[in-house]
Design a protein around this ligand. Sequence first.
Ligand SMILES: NCc1[nH]cc(CCC(=O)O)c1CC(=O)O
Length: 309
Amino acid sequence: MQTKPLRIGTRGSPLALAQAHEARDRLMAAHGLSEDMFEIVVLSTKGDRITDRPLSAIGGKGLFTEELEAQLLSGELDFAVHSSKDMPTTLPEGLELSTFLPRADPRDAFIGRDVKKLADLPQGAVVGSSSLRRQALIRRLRPDIEVVLFRGSVQTRLQKLADGVVDGTFLANAGLKRLGMDDVATEVLSVRDFLPAPAQGAICIEQRSGDQRIGDLLAPINDEDTAIAVSCERAFLAALDGSCRTPIAAYARCFNERISFSGMILTPDGATAHDILTDGMRGEAQKIGRWAGEQLKKRAGPGFFEDWT
Ligand SMILES: NCc1[nH]cc(CCC(=O)O)c1CC(=O)O
């Protein structure tokens, strides 16, 4: 019988808190546990504290996870809840992503101020985004549009939009839904036009490797299709060595025993893109992702990565 509450680690942003609550609620339902069996422990990370520079300039994804991982390893936390999209491809020794919740909408949403659709933005319009992938994708579709750096919370971004600093911005539709704000999206962009970030829309749980008590607790809330699709996308990212200065997009989907995969790399100006569409057996998900990454790396050639990183 569990006596001490389970300690769930999370960042403190409204999105991170919504994700931690979703994981906790699923565990409560799966095991018939009450809320007081869990304690949500909020940690501030470097990535949360530095908001005036793009992530790619201050060190990338690890900035959001270091503090949580240190407390997992020291035993102060039992597990941590993250956006899979924000997780580096290599985790510290002794930790693993054991559990993936059923994936929400993986697509990006466009939020326009005066127009609903991206295609209706006037010539020379200004959009805000700090994502290298979104910047490259928009420049590829609409080279006339100007992209400005845009960080901060969802609320800050929407305020800048309302103030007319930009004509439009992008957010993951999954994030908006988790915040109960999906009505602010004026267009949900197709995966074909706007391939998502690897692992977008999937919440994951990180735990100590070999912690069987926690592994058993989490197993019933793991969604196998999501775990497999995300492992494929993350293998693609890892094969491209996850340089956080390369715009990389990927989306995998399981269909019964098969998995389909789309991947793309772009130059930041969107002028050059290489893409790949493939499929295979779901048991080969990681192999497929890795292979696709290696193919694109070969096709792009070394200059593709070196010219601007
Ligand atoms: N980089 C921040 C981040 N990490 C995960 C999400 C959205 C939720 C998800 O992909 O699961 C967001 C916000 C955004 O991209 O709009």
